[in-house]
Ligand binder design. Structure first.
Ligand SMILES: NC(=O)c1ccc[n+]([C@@H]2O[C@H](COP(=O)([O-])OP(=O)(O)OC[C@H]3O[C@@H](n4cnc5c(N)ncnc54)[C@H](OP(=O)(O)O)[C@@H]3O)[C@@H](O)[C@H]2O)c1
Length: 441
């Protein structure tokens, strides 16, 4: 298979993508600012691949969203930044949006393109549209242009309208910051020019710069120029860094820490007393927008701060809110759980190697097996025990294998692994607790 292209698109490829999306009647499936039916992108991916453009579904969706954001910026304010980057697509985007408006009017729906907030002069045609369940359902009736058989998913709950001027910062330029930044940009609601990252060295800056994100070596400068700041450094550095930035933190800021084991009490104790603080626990698959993220709100964080975070992270994967006590459990289940799954995948492959299959093929099939099983589990909504029993023919191969796994104690070992990892997260949290009233204002 041809290697996936790097992040940047050339104009030929972009034009082709827009041509395909038009052929697939994307205009009829715009629901507010969303394309409600992910199947459309799946079909587009297949068609682009046939034409020699090897892009993932996520890349196509992201490209569409970037162009859509440019279109809105252009329409809302002729002076704005983004359009100047994509003038060559303005006519095509305008036609698609016009088609969508015409279609939604003739079908009496509220869908069709909308304008983002803070527009200077809204017109009659620019009514903002509330997305609704009915519209989501109606938008599912996509004309299928392909034989691709996929599970159709609608987007999760429509997020709240986002302030297009929101400026987002990442203290730390590591894997987690990168995964979250990619997801945030994928929404298309936040332009890369509104995002900044800081780190002491430049070694991780390249991939952020490829996304169009600004970089700095100064954490204080980053905080001063951003509204929402992710603290994405190793846990042992959090105390030092929060002490460094605390004078720049104001009541307008939202601070989101992803540091494992660092509690809300610790974070709040190191920042001005009225700071809005949230604690987020992501996991590594955020890098491919398939993360599992759980967040908790600190005492000053309001529901709308949580909604904003959820909305920003909607393309990072599953985002849930819960009490802080669950964060350490989530660390055991999902943060560390990713490594448990890797161990299992490795063991699966090694079993096949033992039976005579070449290692590379065995690992590739094991990865696909884990991916496919996970996707089916998530999308079917069935209990894992039900899916497992569906694979078991009486007296067949699977029940023999499962018996061997139970004899080997896989179930008990996995439960203990989650328990032990959770306990360890709790222990690290206790160790990170602030001494006395450090830096409290
Ligand atoms: N990775 C995971 O699976 C995972 C899961 C859940 C939570 N987390 C949490 O996410 C956080 C980040 O993890 P990671 O895996 O992304 O770490 P990482 O890849 O090691 O990145 C750490 C980043 O912090 C930067 N840094 C170091 N000192 C700094 C300072 N004084 N000011 C600003 N930045 C500084 C580093 O800069 P340089 O680029 O110059 O080295 C690096 O970019 C950790 O607290 C971890 O607990 C990670």
């Amino acid at each position: 298979m041809a290697a996936m292209k790097k992040y940047f698109w050339d104009s030929e490829e972009t034009e082709y993508m827009l041509k395909v999306l038009r052929e697939l009647d994307i205009a009829k499936h715009l629901d507010g600012r969303k394309v409600r039916n992910l199947k459309l992108f799946k079909v587009a991916e297949k068609r682009m691949k046939q034409a020699g453009y090897h892009r993932s579904i996520d890349q196509i969706r992201h490209r569409w969203k970037v162009l859509k954001t440019s279109y809105y910026s252009w329409n809302n304010n002729q002076q704005t930044v983004k359009l100047t980057r994509f003038p060559q697509y303005a006519t095509t985007m305008q036609s698609i949006m016009d088609e969508s408006e015409t279609w939604s009017r003739s079908h009496g729906t509220n869908s069709g393109p909308v304008r983002i907030r803070n527009r200077p002069k809204p017109t009659v045609h620019d009514e903002e549209t509330e997305d609704s369940e009915e519209e989501a359902t109606a938008a599912q009736s996509l004309h299928d242009h392909s034989t691709v058989d996929v599970i159709i998913k609608t987007d999760p709950e429509t997020p709240p309208e986002m302030d297009s001027n929101l400026r987002i910062g990442f203290i730390g330029a590591g894997n987690m910051a990168y995964g979250i930044a990619k997801g945030v940009l994928q929404s298309g609601d936040v332009p890369p020019t509104n995002v900044k990252v800081s780190a002491p060295s430049a070694r991780n800056f390249g991939r952020f710069q490829e996304l169009g994100v600004a970089v700095t070596h100064s954490n204080a400068e980053l905080v001063s120029s951003c509204d929402l700041v992710f603290v994405a450094v190793k846990p042992h550095l959090v105390t030092t860094i929060l002490s460094e930035i605390t004078d720049c933190v104001t009541r307008k800021h939202i601070i989101v820490s992803v540091a494992a084991g660092v509690t809300l009490a610790t974070l709040q104790g190191l920042l001005p007393f009225d700071t809005v603080v949230l604690r987020l626990m992501p996991n590594l698959p955020c890098l491919v927008q398939q993360g599992a993220l759980l967040f908790s709100r600190g005492t000053r964080a309001r529901q709308e701060d949580g909604d904003l975070l959820r909305s920003l992270l909607q393309h990072c994967g599953l985002v849930e809110e819960g009490p802080e006590a669950w964060i350490d459990i989530h660390t055991g289940l999902s943060g560390s759980g990713v490594a448990f799954v890797y161990l299992f995948a490795e063991a699966l492959a090694e079993g096949a190697v033992k039976m005579g299959m070449p290692s590379a093929l065995a690992h590739s099939i094991a990865a696909q097996t884990v991916l496919g099983a996970g996707q089916l589990l998530r999308d079917s909504g069935k209990h894992p025990a039900q899916l497992r029993s569906e694979v078991c023919t009486p007296g067949g191969t699977t029940i023999f294998g499962l018996h061997a796994m139970e004899q080997g104690g896989v179930r008990a070992a996995t439960m203990t692994a989650v328990e032990t990892a959770t306990e360890r997260a709790r222990e690290l949290g206790r160790k990170s607790a602030p001494t006395a009233t450090e830096n409290r204002k």
